[in-house]
Design a protein around this ligand. Structure first.
Ligand SMILES: [Zn+2]
Length: 131
């Protein structure tokens, strides 16, 4: 079924302590870690604390994550607002970088197209011989 709040595919799983938990249908790789905050559930319904696996983690295993950790609608508004603001700034940084590169490119093209004095051209050709 789909989550009624965010529309993501979810499953309801009964865990070892007889609790029914909504989990993401999509399984992910996790590493069991008692100090981690994520709660993962194996396909047999065993729940444990885990962190997301990194590439190369030897003890990584596939599990479902509890859906409330990923449901957008369950995220407090101020947290979602902070995430949106972060995303917006990331985009702004990329836009600024692109604008800066475009400006440099256009400046280089402009200089390239300028008519130059024969003496300047000769100097440049003579400099080339030193390279
Ligand atoms: Zn949801």
């Amino acid at each position: 079924m789909n989550c009624t709040k965010c529309g993501k595919r979810i499953l309801f799983m009964k865990t070892q302590n007889d609790r029914t938990m909504p989990v993401d249908e999509q399984m992910v790789y996790v590493v069991p870690d008692d100090s981690a905050r994520l709660l993962a559930v194996t396909h047999t319904g065993y729940s444990f604390h885990a962190r997301l696996a990194n590439a190369g983690d030897k003890d990584a295993r596939k599990a479902h994550l509890t859906h409330w950790a990923n449901c957008k609608k369950h995220t407090p508004n101020h947290v979602q607002a902070a995430r949106d603001e972060y995303d917006r700034r990331q985009e702004e940084v990329i836009d600024n970088k692109l604008a800066f590169q475009r400006k440099r490119y256009e400046e280089a093209r402009r200089i390239e197209r300028q008519k130059r004095e024969p003496s300047e051209v000769a100097e440049q050709i003579s400099l080339l011989h030193f390279l």
